[in-house]
Design a protein around this ligand. Structure first.
Ligand SMILES: [Zn+2]
Length: 149
């Protein structure tokens, strides 16, 4: 199947301020196509992460770059792990939907994220630092939240 590079929605766009719907099993075929296109789009933009609302689809799908790999996460949810004490991190974040804007945002440092992969298998990852920040940033997009909010 041919991959497509999709246009990235820029602020203000109604897709970026809408709460996205959970992906259902019956949507999986569509989701797989979307995931391929999202990975191609993220590679092309040389970004760290991409959420489906950024390509004008309000479904709970994100792509996160970890090392050289692109991990797709369907219906992702995270919880902080470890003691709350010291488990926050602030850094300057950027966003493909807000070109030339950088914001300092406080996040959890260590998280566990549960999600489904494109085979509908339950998976989880424990992440810290920049990858943890990236997952939290992308899940914010699924909730219609931008880093400027
Ligand atoms: Zn973003």
């Amino acid at each position: 199947m041919k991959k497509m590079i999709l246009q990235i929605e820029k602020h203000p766009s109604k897709f970026l301020t809408t709460i996205s719907d959970e992906v259902q099993l019956r949507d999986l075929k569509l989701a797989k196509t979307l995931i391929k296109d999202m990975i191609a789009t993220l590679k092309n933009a040389d970004g760290m992460g991409l959420a489906a609302p950024q390509i004008a689809v309000n479904k709970r799908i994100i792509i996160v770059k970890t090392g050289n790999k692109y991990v797709e996460m369907i219906n992702p949810e995270y919880v902080p792990v470890g003691d709350d004490c010291g488990n926050t991190i602030s850094s300057q974040e950027g966003c493909l939907s807000l070109p030339n804007v950088h914001c300092t945002v406080a996040r959890w440092n260590h998280i566990r994220v549960n999600y489904l992969n494109s085979k509908w298998d339950e998976r989880f990852l424990e992440l810290s630092g920049i990858q943890s920040i990236c997952v939290q940033h992308e899940i914010d997009h699924l909730n219609g939240v931008l880093m400027i909010d």
